[in-house]
Design a protein. Sequence first.
Length: 389
Amino acid sequence: MFSKSSVLTLVALAAFLSLGAVLLPQVVQAQCVWDCDLGGGGSLPPWGNSPQSQLDIAYCLDRDCVANLKDKNGNLIFPGNAIPVPLVQQDTFSCPPAGGTSGAVTISGNVVALLRDNQGNLLPQSAAQASLSLTILNVQCSADPLNTGKTILSRVVGVNELRTTVFGPSSSITILKPTSSTPLSLSTPIGWTGCPSNKKTGILTDNCPFPLGIVELTANQLQNEFPATPSFPTVGEVYRAVEQTRFVGVRDCKGDANSTDPNTIACSTGGGESLALFTFPGNWAGATNHTINQNSGNTPFDIFAPNFLNAILDQAAGITATADNGPQVPTTGCFIQANQQTVRCFFTAKDLLPNGCTKGLPVIVLVTGNLTGQTVGFESHDNPTCAKQ
């Protein structure tokens, strides 16, 4: 029941749903746990889930990880302007004043999925859009003994505990059929065994969910499947989030293709580790009526981060932006606007939108960078309207 071998392995990469289908609020950190975007700066491996029916699922939670994916010949799978922009979020959670069990945590986002063969090679022809929704129930909240005022969230599984009391029964990853708004690089997903597909072309023809969670486990199985590790120091721990270090980790598995039934899950070990990025409100500030002109040159973007102005400016040389999953464009310069408590950075709009944009539709702008004195970076988002076709 707990075999780790498989013929095909599925890799899911966290990413935006493109072409404005998902819009990001200007102020997002108020709705999230320790801000909300999860990632790893390319330093953490993709998440993975134990095989079931010859498929495995993994998640790569940031753009750097996606940008570094290669096929069996060492070629980049998403080169140039084709790199999807990741966005996976950990949502609202309120700790009781004295600690204890308090509600649930949901990790969700839009992802890009690929198959991987039993040699560990990614199959570019399988690339598809997908969505992730993973809910951890009955999370324990406690004070971090190493830092006053910081918290640790944890979920430890009990012996023979019902699977539907650990992960929400609707937890799943869903491979999405291509539509007219699907990016070209994700528009012909092939090879999804067990999912509805065209008999002649093999291309996915309908959405295909996989349930996520674990199985019921004896005491010995808990020790074997969920041993204590440096990241998960308690036997049976399937979820851990540490505010001080911004670590977020999950251990879970998946069920059958084209199913929403958690009872099809027949494995446990899997999951992965990530870091919660700092997320700041943003404002594409240089255009009338909050628009973006695809033909304009140097244009400002304001990052609202009152407590991190110098930390951002010190690393300004590494700040970049993307628009609608386009190329990653470096800033042409930044400075602090002390009276507005923002860092203003400039980007060339025509470089952000080499293929233009559609008049009247929102453009997803994402600015990323590092922070002096922090082990994780930041993201800032805005959705200006395309001003010119």
